[in-house]
Design a protein around this ligand. Structure first.
Ligand SMILES: Cc1ncc(COP(=O)(O)O)c(C=O)c1O
Length: 417
């Protein structure tokens, strides 16, 4: 695909107008929205007003008058349809890691000590497996890891309490069949916990339709809530009132302003709130969700998914055609693909340095160490287009062919890769 083809495709894209909601720097091809989503144009002014008006003028009154206290539930309600959940079932709070800790503890409690093993994948994002190790230890159990997706089913035996998976793998972009794996977990007597960090806002999700048990995910990736944006948590309503989540803070109490000395959990998902919400970060996420309202009017997730698949397919095809030795790590089969594409480069080509050279020329993706080392490119259908694909592959092919990555300024590693 050359730039002209790409521009023709962009001109025909029914979602094209959504890019205008974002402030993307000139000359930058941003393909890292799976790590940190782009800045919505409306966010700075909205934050400014939350600071100067709501905080500056309203002071503490704003907890009521500006609705600060309701933000975790209100944002959850806005997010719910994108997760296949109903309003009232989703809460925006804390980080993904913290929410995972809460739901894994809750899931193990639901098993009442009869089962204590958490099953996941070695290739899961490290925080998930680290948190699972801690929770399993606390319950006298263990974390058992599948080496490949095919191994998962065999590990769900009579000891398995919870199947914990990330829907779209952070390295490869491979997507699990949530319905099938949840069904298998339930048939084995286990519960299913899903990490939707790389799914929310990018791929179709049907938590209720799959009858999943718990889900958590990030606000700062495809949802564009900003660096460190609060995360979300969902629990299937069938588990309501059955267990205490472990971080029993005052805002998860049924009547926080009674200031009672005894903990009484709030009904439903509200119990999963621990403490005071970060209002400014919530405000940024609230603003970012306006873009999803606009996307809904242009075809919603069906249209976003169609565009995302077309972008990743075009990228994979072009990399294969133009970068000798690149090995694509992302499935070609659409049903198995999230909204990113990753590949490794031949021995002798330093993937980290190639990524730094790309960034220096205005093409931003990221690099993930491991075996194999991967160059990772996220395609956010709200703002990426086919011209981004064409430009990224042009620059990449040139950097690899010319060997220009092999320079000291690209090979020394920064703290965040
Ligand atoms: C699958 C997955 N889970 C969780 C996280 C991060 O969690 P936290 O926001 O708590 O750092 C990431 C971050 O990239 C991730 O990819």
């Amino acid at each position: 695909m050359n730039l002209e083809d790409a521009q023709r495709l962009d001109a025909a894209d029914p979602l094209r107008s959504l890019r205008e909601f974002f402030q993307l720097p000139d000359g930058i091809t941003y393909l890292d929205g799976n790590s940190l989503g782009a800045l919505p144009k409306a966010t700075p002014e909205r934050i400014q007003s939350a600071v100067t008006q709501e905080w500056g003028q309203g002071l503490i009154k704003s907890w009521n008058t500006a609705g600060w206290i309701d933000l975790p539930r209100r944002l959850g309600d806005r997010l719910a349809p994108w997760l296949g959940a109903r309003p009232g079932e989703v809460l925006v709070a804390d980080s993904t890691s913290v929410n995972l800790y809460k739901v894994l503890h809750a899931a193990l409690q639901l098993q009442q000590g009869q089962r204590r093993v958490i099953v996941s994948e070695r290739s899961n994002f490290p925080t998930d497996n680290y948190i699972a190790q801690s929770v399993a230890r606390a319950h006298g159990g263990e974390l058992v890891l599948a080496e490949t997706p095919e191994e998962i089913a065999g590990l769900m035996d009579e000891r398995c309490a919870v199947l914990m998976l990330t829907h779209v793998n952070y390295r490869t972009g491979r997507m699990h069949d949530m319905g099938l794996l949840t069904r298998w977990a339930h048939q084995a007597g286990a519960l299913a916990v899903w990490d939707l960090a790389h799914s929310a806002g990018a791929v179709p999700i049907d938590l209720l339709g799959c009858a999943a048990d718990f889900a958590i995910g990030c606000g700062y990736k495809y949802l564009n809530g900003g660096p460190g944006a609060p995360a979300f948590v969902w629990m299937h309503p069938r588990h309501e009132g059955q267990v205490w989540q472990p971080l029993t803070g005052w805002l998860g109490h049924a009547h926080p302003f009674d200031f009672d000395s005894e903990y009484l959990p709030a009904p439903g998902i509200q119990q999963y709130q621990c403490g005071t919400p970060p209002v400014l970060s919530m405000t940024a996420l609230d603003t970012a969700l306006d873009v999803f309202d606009a996307a809904q009017k242009l075809g919603g997730m069906k249209a976003l998914r169609a565009k995302s698949l077309a972008l990743t397919e075009a990228f994979i095809d072009s990399v294969e055609a133009r970068v000798p030795g690149a090995i694509i790590a992302t499935p070609r089969e659409a049903a198995l693909r999230g909204s990113q594409a990753s590949f490794s480069l031949p021995k002798g080509v330093d993937g980290y340095a190639v990524m730094q050279a790309l960034i220096a020329r205005g093409v931003i993706g990221d690099f993930r160490a491991g075996t194999p080392e991967l160059l990772r490119f996220g395609f956010a259908p709200l703002y990426n287009g086919f011209a981004d694909v064409a430009r990224a592959v042009d620059v990449l092919a040139d950097i690899v062919a010319s060997g220009s990555w092999n320079a000291p300024q690209f090979t020394s590693r920064a703290k965040v890769t």
